[in-house]
Unconditional design. Structure first.
Length: 548
């Protein structure tokens, strides 16, 4: 590969990119090439496209944040494309020339207009992409047309009026398939000594106010209209000297992030994100990043795969085997059924509801249909089905857990045990334990109730928000839990008539039958199970255990 690339210019292999970006981020790339001229650049691009090889074009790396990772492609540096031709006040320059060099060449020919550009540490091509500028001037103030190479390797000149541009933006940012080859600028007649005097004065001020002694990429954020990003960061956050890893906000200028101690790309990006978030939170200002964050994955070419005859034959054979095996599995009958999670329902009730034995094939019956049939049973809250290729079906049932309460010795007793004393009277609807906050426990204890230890333990494990209005009341027929926690269910005077089988429940309660009401998690369905009297021997044993 390297021999092929050498036809177009100087090539380096497995190269560190630390010296090719002004942040000095230590990324790396498979190859780096500097095409010797424009024709070789075009031939190189054609070669890379024909071979589906990824590439990324870099100027001076002065306004970008590259990744720390390895780039498995070709970095193309255009520093050899640096020719300049002048005709009166009209100047044509190739895209790889550095802006200070271009400015000095125009001064030498007594042309004015690019004094501001002497402080721009980038190439003409990069300056056009980002509409670089300084001292209230920008490159598009002087552009006549831009000469580009399009994705079809055609060269064309685009007039300034056909391009979109604004403060630190041009439409080239949205059309990365266009490669800038050069540009024609319209300058004005000037005086070399006057231009140099302006440049020298500005350079002295930059040395005093900007951290030029450290690696950076210039201004991080765009200035706002009639305001400076540096002032906002300094006065709103006091972030001068703020560090993350090896990256730091400059003490000289708050809109500069410097690499003071082997900063990584991650360090710099995290510091930028922190500044944005803090300024937004404190002053409700959205700072816009001026620097471009590069992600290698956006510059990776999908390689064309060559399909060989042997590969096709192998895939056809594999497909046939998969088809044969699939047909075998498709006809496989249900052999074993395993039930998990049941305590009230019997395994046979679940199997009968699933109706698996009625189907000749395990794949003739979907998990969704099995679950739907089982959920139709009373007491079933949720169902999970697993089927394997050997005909085994595992059904895990989540039963609705009852929590009931009753009146005993002028107290309200809350319990999740399947037992109601013979001298008690059923007074209300059970509430799922997961919906009871800690505050209710305190109300019960201090007011008129006592709870079983296991219920107390479960309530204590539930998080309680003291800012919500919550409480507990009791009327003649119903135990009412009232709460306003957005993470739980609001329970207030649950209407039995809204439940699917409320008539059976009402009839049972009116007859004075003791029992349990089971609610599902959506609280839209309930079932009633009559309380069975405990035999005298078991009652005696239970009383003895309680007294013990």
């Amino acid at each position: 590969m390297i021999d092929l690339l050498k036809e177009f210019g100087e090539v380096k292999e497995n190269v560190s990119l630390k010296n090719y970006n002004t942040y000095k981020i230590n990324g790396s790339a498979k190859y780096l090439i500097s095409p010797s001229d424009e024709d070789n650049l075009i031939s190189l691009i054609k070669c890379l496209k024909d071979n589906s090889i990824s590439y990324f074009i870099i100027g001076n790396g002065s306004n970008i944040i590259i990744p720390d990772e390895f780039y498995d492609g070709v970095i193309i540096k255009l520093d050899c494309l640096n020719d300049v031709t002048m005709n009166g006040t009209t100047v044509y320059a190739q895209s790889g020339i550095m802006m200070p060099v271009l400015a000095r060449k125009t001064f030498d020919n007594n042309l004015a207009g690019l004094e501001w550009a002497s402080s721009i540490p980038g190439t003409l091509g990069g300056s056009i992409v980002g509409n670089a500028g300084a001292y209230k001037e920008e490159i598009f103030d002087y552009i006549d047309n831009v000469r580009v190479l399009d994705s079809n390797l055609n060269i064309k000149a685009i007039k300034k009026e056909d391009l979109k541009y604004s403060y630190r933006y041009s439409s080239f940012k949205d059309h990365k398939d266009l490669i800038i080859l050069g540009a024609t600028l319209n300058l004005r007649n000037g005086n070399k000594e006057e231009s140099l005097e302006i440049v020298n004065k500005r350079m002295q001020k930059r040395l005093e106010t900007q951290p030029l002694e450290y690696p950076s990429a210039g201004s991080v954020f765009r200035n706002r209209e009639n305001d400076f990003a540096g002032r906002i960061i300094e006065e709103a956050l006091g972030f001068k000297g703020k560090e993350i890893g090896g990256a730091k906000v400059s003490e000289k200028h708050a809109n500069f992030i410097i690499n003071f101690n082997n900063a990584t790309s991650k360090d710099i990006k995290e510091l930028i994100s922190l500044i944005k978030e803090e300024v937004k939170e404190k002053d409700n200002i959205d700072l816009v990043i001026e620097q471009e964050i590069i992600e290698w994955k956006e510059y990776m070419t999908k390689r064309k795969k060559r399909i060989r005859f042997k590969s096709v034959l192998f895939l056809l054979l594999l497909g046939y085997l998969v088809f044969v095996f699939g047909m075998y599995i498709y006809k496989l009958p249900v052999k074993n059924i395993y039930i998990k999670g049941t305590s009230i329902l019997t395994d046979q009730e679940i199997i009968d509801a699933a109706k698996l034995k009625s189907y000749p094939s395990i794949h003739k019956y979907s998990n969704r249909k099995i679950a739907k049939n089982i959920k139709a049973l009373e007491l079933v809250d949720d169902v999970k089905i697993r089927k394997n290729i050997f005909g085994k079906v595992t059904i895990t049932v989540n039963e609705a857990k009852p929590l009931f309460y009753y009146r005993s010795d002028d107290k309200i007793v809350l319990s999740n045990k399947k037992m109601i004393p013979n001298n008690s009277k059923y007074v209300g609807i059970p509430i799922l334990i997961n919906y009871v906050p800690k505050k209710i426990l305190n109300d019960l204890i201090t007011y008129y109730a006592e709870l079983d230890d296991d219920v107390v333990k479960q309530i204590n494990e539930i998080e309680y928000n003291p800012d919500k209005k919550e409480g507990i009341t009791l009327d003649e027929n119903r135990f009412v839990l009232r709460m306003n926690d957005t993470n739980t269910v609001y329970i207030d005077s649950l209407n039995i008539a809204k439940l699917n089988n409320y008539q059976k429940i009402i009839a049972a309660l009116e007859d004075g039958v003791h029992g349990y009401i089971y609610l599902n998690s959506n609280r839209d369905n309930a079932s009633f199970q009559a309380y069975q009297e405990t035999p005298a021997e078991e009652q005696a044993e239970e009383v003895e255990n309680n007294e013990g």
